[in-house]
Design a binder for this molecule. Structure first.
Ligand code: PMP
Length: 429
């Protein structure tokens, strides 16, 4: 059945319940994807500057073929022996520090973070967690407690185990070497200890993507890593968004930030849309978790998921996609500079590789966020066939995070359109 947009929205509310979020005032209905392009139900083509799940491109032929081949051969769970999961974990862990040598595979990033927090409890015997106040790490009962922007109404008593630090903000609150952030984490560690919860782990996205990807020099997380270690806690890096070469300079953002975490969690881009996530850690941490918890995941690490995930790694390597992200990211930075010279509303530009964007402000001196304006820009861009979004504490930072095969020509189309939209959109409606 092909539904009209109106019927689709009504059926979503009826069948999926109220408050199922959609992007855009005029929600879009995609029916086909290829590389960096998407097509809607009317046959209109859009440039995808937003989606990081199709990391190596929508419907990537290598990934599609790998999924079909394995699905046509065998799909089971990890209680039977299979090479695919071993081949994958070997390849994956080879991209990280030698200490990070073992993994659990999951179906989502939320599950991965949930496991990581339980691992921290297993290792430390404590439960106190620290996160930033403008992040998102997933949707399980435990992990959803880490979100301040959509605080769950039912806390299951878990809310007392989480303490927050201010999200880093290089534009309004510079902390050039990460010492202020380390100090604020140290204060929350002390508060956890004082309250009797104790300190188990700090969980951060090493590139702080959800927080608006502040501009930090390489190595910025070193001071906070030291504080966490000295306190006997674990450092969890959530690379669900920042991983697999997204930043262009390193395969993992924690490498860019100069640290070796105790646990790395993965998701979104890992299977190019096939639902696979993971937790990579040291073997002693994994062994402690396996002894302390009876953990089994029916779908996690099944042969089809591993085939998809292996094909993603192959494609990144074969097509030089990390280097592409670096080069196109640098070009995008130059284009954003050009736009900043023309448009007063662009207060700050940031990013690395294929995560980049600009912070919109009503006034460059006061830096007052232009949140409503940003919303209108995103909707106008959608009508001109460019898909992207916004993020950060004030929801005024353009979030541009395209599939990794994004080219200079794609960037030209994006910025020419953005230039026109910024010129024609009034600051106040
Ligand atoms: N961590 C981060 C940083 C995320 O952005 C997300 C999803 N937006 C998650 C975890 C949760 O992943 P999932 O939706 O696969 O559970």
């Amino acid at each position: 059945m092909t539904r009209s947009t109106g019927k689709m929205l009504a059926d979503r509310a009826r069948l999926l319940g109220p408050n199922v979020s959609t992007f855009y005032e005029d929600p879009v209905h995609f029916v086909k994807g290829e590389g960096v392009w998407l097509w809607d139900a009317d046959g209109r083509r859009y440039l995808d500057c937003y989606n990081n799940v199709p990391h190596v491109g929508h419907c990537n032929p290598r990934v599609v073929e790998a999924i079909c081949r394995q699905a046509g051969t065998l799909n089971t769970h990890t209680r039977y022996l299979h090479d695919m999961i071993l081949d994958y974990v070997e390849r994956l862990t080879a991209t990280m520090d030698v200490a990070l040598e073992s993994a659990i595979l999951t179906c989502t990033g939320s599950e991965a973070n949930d496991i990581a927090l339980r691992m921290a409890e297993g290792m430390t015997g404590k439960r106190g967690i620290i996160a930033t106040d403008a992040t998102y790490h997933g949707n399980t009962a435990l992990v959803s407690q880490l979100s301040r922007s959509n605080v769950p109404r039912v806390g299951f008593g878990l809310e007392g185990y989480v303490r927050f630090v201010d999200a880093p903000d290089s534009y309004r609150n510079p902390d050039p070497d990460g010492t202020l952030f380390a100090q604020s984490v140290a204060r929350q560690i002390a508060a956890h200890e004082e309250a009797g919860t104790g300190f188990a782990a700090l969980i951060v996205c090493p590139y702080f993507l959800n927080e608006g990807f502040p501009d930090h020099p390489d190595g910025w997380l070193k001071p906070v890593a030291e504080v966490v270690r000295e306190a006997g806690g674990l450092l969890i890096c959530d690379e669900v968004q920042s991983g697999f070469g997204r930043t262009g300079t390193h395969f993992w953002a924690h490498q860019k930030m100069g640290i070796v975490p105790d646990i790395v969690t993965l998701g979104k881009p890992m299977g190019n849309g096939h639902p696979v996530g993971g937790v990579v850690t040291r073997s002693e941490i994994l062994a402690t978790f396996r002894k302390g918890y009876r953990y089994f995941n029916t779908f996690g690490g099944n042969p089809v998921s591993c085939a998809a995930a292996l094909a993603v790694l192959d494609e990144i390597e074969a097509e030089g996609l990390v280097e592409n992200a670096r080069k196109v990211g640098l070009y995008a930075g130059e284009q954003l500079e050009r736009l900043r010279d023309k448009h007063e509303v662009i207060g700050d530009i940031r990013g690395s590789g294929l995560i980049f964007g600009a912070e919109m402000v009503l006034d460059r001196d006061s830096r007052e966020p232009a949140s409503d304006f940003t919303d209108r820009i995103i909707n106008a861009m959608r009508h001109r066939g460019i898909i992207h979004s916004k993020l950060g504490r004030h929801k005024n930072t353009l979030k541009i995070r395209p599939p990794m095969p994004f080219s200079r020509e794609n960037a030209d189309l994006l910025f020419d359109t953005l230039d026109a939209v910024l010129a024609e959109t009034p600051l106040h409606p």
